[in-house]
Design a protein around this ligand. Structure first.
Ligand code: ASP
Length: 333
């Protein structure tokens, strides 16, 4: 006999009453799906949320949506802004290199159908988010790495270029003097971008793009291009994205965890806080020197964000307004 799931009134938004599944007592997928789709309100759209202080990227994505574009086009276009921004030292051109002086990029994208595409450890191609989309749409695969991904990009018309700017080279040369191998994760500011958007049809897509940790070991890949790590979207429930020390995000499958918590009735804010708790509450975990930050949105357009330390912020475009908002955080001592 099937056990009954409980339906609870999870939240009353300004837009109406929303009922979602609150407890996972059944393995019956059909039942899960039915419950997840009991949504009586539509979010105000367009809505865009992105990690860190990324106003131009969010504005660009919002414009795509305002012109009737899809959430998928919006997140791709938004992420491209940060990839092209040479000032940003943890994404795209201008990103800090690995310990050998090579800039290698990771990116992934997910659409509202649950499709996913990613590229890992790619050199010489700036718009890896668009290459990830091509992997998703034009290949039978979900991931391409390193030379294979670069070759695929070039064969699809992407231009090869040097991603190591003079400023990034100078920083790497200064680092090389001591060559202290401590993965550096700046807990105060960043530009690795994870972005989630809801379009006028209420469909959700997400994207995430980064150059990873500064001076990482050659070949190191973090959470950003990994499904469920740096990004996860389930169009019936919502989406989540991560930034910060990818190893810690991956060990807790952070973005997937957040979406699953929302499926169980948690708000995006509660889900982000629980996911940070999974990291910091591990016995003996010394989280003083690394940062992790999450953003999330649910199908109703409610958003959440939480980080380990202060200084994490996110940009939110909602009700026609694009604001940078300081995230709440765990380590208040
Ligand atoms: N999460 C990225 C990584 O570990 C880094 C970042 O967010 O800046 O590669």
């Amino acid at each position: 006999m099937k056990r009954r799931n409980f339906i609870k009134k999870a939240s009353v938004t300004g837009l109406g009453l929303v009922a979602v599944s609150s407890a996972f007592t059944s393995c019956d997928e059909t039942l899960e799906k039915k419950e997840a789709s009991i949504v009586t309100s539509k979010p105000t759209t367009p809505l865009v949320i992105a990690t860190w202080d990324t106003p131009l990227a969010v504005e660009t994505a919002a414009k795509v949506l305002q012109n009737g574009g899809s959430a998928l086009d919006a997140v791709e276009q938004g992420c491209r802004i940060e990839e092209a921004n040479e000032e940003g030292q943890s994404v795209g051109k201008g990103g800090l290199p690995d310990r050998e002086g090579d800039v290698t990029l990771d990116a992934c994208i997910m659409n509202d159908k649950g499709d996913y595409g990613a590229v890992l450890g790619v050199k010489n191609i700036m718009h890896v988010i668009s290459v990830a989309r091509k992997v998703m749409e034009d290949t039978p695969h979900v991931m391409l790495v390193a030379e294979g991904a670069e070759k695929f990009a070039v064969s699809n018309g992407f231009k090869r270029e040097n991603l190591l700017t003079a400023a990034a080279k100078k920083a790497w040369e200064a680092w090389k003097i001591k060559s202290e191998y401590k993965p550096i994760i700046n807990i105060e500011n960043h530009d690795t971008i994870g972005m989630l958007a809801i379009d006028k049809n209420g469909n959700i897509s997400g994207a995430c793009t980064t150059s990873g940790l500064a001076y990482k070991m050659a070949g190191r890949v973090g959470d950003s291009p990994i499904i469920g790590g740096g990004l996860f979207v389930d169009n019936e429930i919502g989406g989540a994205s991560a930034t910060g020390l990818g190893e810690e995000v991956l060990k807790t499958v952070g973005s997937f965890l957040i979406v699953e918590l929302m499926r169980q009735g948690k708000s995006p804010q509660e889900a982000c806080e629980i996911a940070i708790g999974r990291i910091v509450n591990k016995p003996g975990k010394d989280f003083k020197n690394f940062q992790v930050g999450y953003i999330a949105v649910n199908k109703q357009g409610e958003t959440g964000a939480y980080s380990i330390h202060e200084w994490f912020s996110y940009n939110l475009f909602k009700d026609g307004d694009n604001k940078n908002i300081k995230s709440d955080y765990f380590n208040k001592v």
